[in-house]
Design a protein around this ligand. Structure first.
Ligand SMILES: [Zn+2]
Length: 262
């Protein structure tokens, strides 16, 4: 197990990377780690790019401060909920990376089967409904999504990733933002060629084979974190019709007129 000093150093380093990569601005974002019954939090109200180990605050598993001259992250309730729901998780990273947050502001999930490596690393990335940041509402809206996913978009807010250690949680944030950038470029180029169900089946099968052969690098959980294949997107496209309000009223008027003429 890492020493207390090593954990604080790692949190400082994750904060530095988040700021250097522009995943956060000013005093945005927060990072935490769990070691046994102790949680380590970045402090609230400070830029996470320039923290020192002594700025890190420790709390118990209910968020009650144990040690530190500062106060823990204002989003501590979100972190606590993730630790409560996922005993396998020992680190949480919350940031506002601009491309992924653009999806969250547009009300779009990153849930299409587009990149094999992202699918294997994180499954799909759903969009949690909007909730007021720093309140208990955030814990409520992520509750149903946390058990089956390792990364979430938060509507009109940002993203949160988590994993077995700080490195895993941070790299998931990096992968999420990279995936959002690639998705936007594909959209600008005019189309996203989504992998088929068959492609996904073969992708998952290739990894199970790897596990059987002793390669334990990738642990799969295809469901419910499985992204949407081309077939299900085509099906939903067929069922969706978009009309303006005036087009809708025209159709209603037309139907009413026909009924009245009969
Ligand atoms: Zn935030």
């Amino acid at each position: 197990m890492d020493s207390e000093m090593a954990i604080k150093d790692q949190i400082v380093e994750v904060g530095r990377r988040l700021y250097a990569n522009k995943f956060i601005a000013a005093a945005d974002g927060n990072v935490s780690a769990r070691v046994g019954d102790v949680l380590y939090f970045t402090p609230t109200g400070m830029c996470k790019g320039f923290l020192k180990p002594e700025d890190i605050v420790t709390t118990d598993l209910t968020g009650k401060k144990i040690e530190g001259s500062r106060n823990p992250s204002s989003e501590a309730l979100m972190h606590l909920e993730i630790y409560r729901l996922r005993l396998d998780v020992n680190a949480v990273v919350h940031a506002h990376p601009p491309y992924a947050t653009g999806y969250a502001v547009a009300g779009l999930a990153l849930d299409k089967a587009l990149l094999p490596e992202v699918i294997l690393a994180m499954g799909c990335i759903p969009l949690a409904e909007y909730s007021t940041p720093t309140t208990e509402e955030v814990a409520r809206v992520i509750r149903g999504l946390v058990p089956g996913h390792d990364a979430l978009l938060l509507s009109n807010h940002g993203a949160v990733t988590y994993g077995k250690d700080l490195e895993t949680a941070y790299y998931r944030m990096e992968t999420l933002e990279h995936f959002a950038r690639i998705s936007i470029v594909a959209k600008i180029l005019g189309r996203e060629r989504v992998l088929s169900e068959d492609d996904l089946r073969r992708l998952y099968a290739s990894q199970y084979k790897g596990v059987q052969e002793g390669n334990m690098a990738v642990k799969l959980s295809p469901s419910p974190g499985c992204p949407l294949p081309a077939e299900s997107l085509a099906a939903s496209d067929e069922e969706t019709v978009t009309l303006t309000r005036s087009q809708l009223f025209e159709i209603i008027d037309e139907i009413v007129n026909r009924v009245q003429r009969q």
